[in-house]
Design a protein around this ligand. Structure first.
Ligand code: ZN
Length: 241
């Protein structure tokens, strides 16, 4: 049995709003936090360029967090781009597919990411693997379901004789609640860092600045982020007022 360190966490970090919130959640809880990203032939390279800055910005939001932030690694998962034709990896329009899922769904993606993260955490002796998957408002991606993650944890621990824990702090909250969580963890500084330095837009647009951050403003990811931010703002106003 591989005994991993309970004080250590590995965050699946893409540079988006959700993974940035997860990184903050981990930095708040664990003494040592590492990050892992995946290159899988994303159509836009913005995500990869944004990652290091977003990581630093989150860690800089709260005194003490920078000292907890450890290694970052980007794992090549390019094989996903080779075997799937989706709107995120190929030149496919973002629409509803015949399977009832958006064409942004990359079959097997999160399953592969959890497996690679699990293998990496095992090697680094890290117990907690933190991911921003969420069942609440995620277009029904089946690999974001709580049941999938629970099964994955069981498979990893069986298959590697390990004691890994898959953490999903965003599983049951919506986008507005994610902003509220960020504010609770790191105050206005963290909210500002997430707005400024994270990237969510499917179109890779960094040219248009909105009150919720950068993006095309029209794709489903921007739409979700904009609506969540607006709901967060009005929740704040009703509390403040
Ligand atoms: Zn967009």
């Amino acid at each position: 049995m591989m005994v991993t360190d309970d004080r250590k966490a590995l965050v699946l970090f893409s540079g988006g709003q959700d993974s940035a919130t997860c990184l903050a959640w981990a930095l708040d809880r664990f003494e040592h936090v590492e990050t892992v990203g995946f290159a899988y032939g994303q159509r836009h390279h913005v995500e990869m360029e944004i990652r290091p800055r977003a990581r630093e910005a989150v860690a800089a939001a709260v005194p003490g967090w920078q000292a907890r932030l450890g290694n970052d690694v980007v794992i090549d998962a390019g094989v996903l781009g080779e075997i799937s034709e989706t709107a995120l990896t190929g030149d496919v329009e973002i629409t509803m597919g015949e399977n009832g899922l958006p064409t942004t769904f990359v079959p097997g993606r999160n399953l592969l990411f959890f497996t690679l993260a699990g293998a990496y955490a095992y090697r680094r002796g890290i117990r907690h693997i933190v991911s921003g998957v969420c069942e609440t408002d995620y277009s029904g991606y089946p690999d974001c379901r709580d049941e999938t993650v629970e099964a994955m944890e069981k498979v990893l621990n069986l298959g590697m004789e390990a004691d890994l824990i898959l953490e999903t702090p965003l599983m049951w909250i919506d986008k507005a609640a994610s902003w509220i969580l960020a504010e609770r963890l790191g105050g206005a500084a963290l909210v500002a860092a997430i707005i400024e330095e994270t990237h969510t837009c499917y179109e890779g647009d960094r040219g248009h600045r909105h009150d919720w951050g950068y993006g095309c403003g029209a794709c489903p990811a921007c739409d979700l982020r904009a609506k969540g931010f607006a709901a967060y703002q009005s929740a704040k106003e009703s509390v403040d007022g």
